[in-house]
Design a protein around this ligand. Structure first.
Ligand code: PEP
Ligand code: MN
Length: 337
């Protein structure tokens, strides 16, 4: 941490400030840089409150070098975290593919999609039972019957299931029934929910909020880890920008940045970024090249009739041809899929 002093601060005032800072068990080096005095604080500065330090009459500004996230920080955990989800790994050499409809609609739909994605090579079945919809008049998901259909599909096809939790009141049910618990973009900063999920043993797929910075996303992951659950996967799913041609702007730069800052695995969801299906294959390939550890792709057995997000869903056959193309990109990155 560096404390830049105001230009008119005299040596005596600077020394007084240094003494007060050294009470926090840090070493304070004072130097003159250009025409200002700076105090460089070495050691553990966690206990120093930057905001109140900035209000000190001698201080111009405080520059903090260490990130506010600790447990998810790669500096404290240099090796990649590999998460085991019912025997499938996320974060290792193999790129994990999570596929399925936006929402579970009926038994025939989820079975057809599960069969199709499994035959193509996907390792996880996704499907929303509880849906966060912008309009209260839109299909809200089947709720618990949807969860039951997902469990039946898991039995039948042997794919671990991924589904979104919207409320703290369902944490126990999800902990019991779901293999990978998804926190949607709209709930990324539902801190009560994040804390509850910290008490779970099941891994969490944390989607980046549509207006959240990378640091805010990592702080949300920190909530879950700090509350006891180390198994968090971050998902980049596009952010809102001034651009309106696509539903969101896929921030692929976030993938190498998050992987540099954190040891957690990163998955990319090109479907919610795109909002239209024709561009999903291009974005999925780019995601692999950006270093993603996994992909989340919406697939439907009849996209035109889908109750949710049909426009961005691939058909089962489109997914099959994309999957075989993705193998080449995975190899290019020295990974398997
Ligand atoms: C979803 O995965 O269906 C979903 C609602 O995603 P997001 O939270 O990223 O909008
Ligand atoms: Mn969706």
């Amino acid at each position: 941490m560096v404390v830049v002093l105001k230009p008119d601060v005299c040596r005596h005032q600077a020394d007084e400030l240094v003494n007060s800072l050294e009470e926090y068990n840090v070493k304070a080096d004072v130097s003159e840089i250009s025409d200002c005095t700076v105090i460089c604080l070495l050691g553990n500065t966690d206990k120093i409150d930057c905001e109140s330090l900035e209000l000190h009459p001698c201080v111009e500004r405080v520059i903090k070098f260490c990130e506010p996230f600790k447990k998810v920080n790669r500096k404290l955990h240099p090796e990649d975290t590999v998460i085991n989800v019912r025997g499938e790994q996320i974060g290792g050499r193999k790129i994990a593919v999570i596929a399925g409809p936006c929402s579970v609609e009926n038994s025939e739909q989820i079975s057809e999609v599960a069969r199709g994605i499994k035959n193509s090579g996907a390792s996880f079945l996704r499907g929303g039972a509880f849906k966060p919809r912008t309009s209260p008049y839109s299909f809200q998901g089947l709720g618990f019957p949807g969860l039951e259909l997902l469990k039946q599909a898991r039995e039948k096809f042997g794919l671990p299931i991924v589904t979104e939790i919207m409320s703290c009141k369902y944490v126990d049910v999800f902990e019991r029934d779901v293999d990978l618990i998804q926190v949607g973009a709209r709930n990324m900063q539902n801190f009560d929910l994040l804390k509850e999920l910290g008490g779970c043993t099941k891994p969490v797929l944390l989607k980046r909020g549509m207006a959240s910075t990378i640091e805010e996303t990592l702080m949300s992951a920190e909530y879950i880890v700090a509350h006891g659950n180390p198994n968090v996967i971050i998902c980049e799913r596009g952010i809102r920008t001034f651009e309106t041609c696509l539903r969101n702007t896929l921030d692929l730069g976030a993938v190498p940045v998050i992987k540099k800052l954190s040891h957690l695995p990163v998955v990319v969801d090109p479907s919610h970024a795109a909002g239209v299906s024709w561009i999903v294959p291009t974005m999925a390939k780019m995601a692999i090249v950006s270093g993603a550890d996994g992909l989340l792709i919406e697939v439907h057995n009849n996209p035109e009739k889908a109750l949710c997000d049909g426009r961005q869903s691939l058909s089962v056959s489109q997914f099959a041809s994309l999957f075989s193309e993705l193998r080449k990109y995975a190899e290019l990155e020295n990974r398997s899929i």
